[in-house]
Write a protein of this length. Sequence first.
Length: 105
Amino acid sequence: MGFSEILLIMLIVFILFGPEDLPIIARRIGKILLEVRKVKNELTKELRKSMDVPVDSLYKTFEQTTSPFVGNQETHSSQRNEKPLKQVNETHEQSAQIKMDDQPG
């Protein structure tokens, strides 16, 4: 909100309620805004707290499941990758051989 908008709102409130009620209205609005901020901060804190618990438990579970592989990560990864690569190469060679056999010669 810009300064001109705030000034316009203050002028309308001044005209509607008069100069006697203006300080009372300002105090009430201030108290309401303070309460709204408190509720917003409490809700934000609770939401963050509730989100941290599942994330922490998931992280711990992930760490537990991957912990045996941490020491031998290189050997496990190379063993896991060799078999699929051999299978792909063999399949590729077989399909190439079949294609060559199918050609009229």
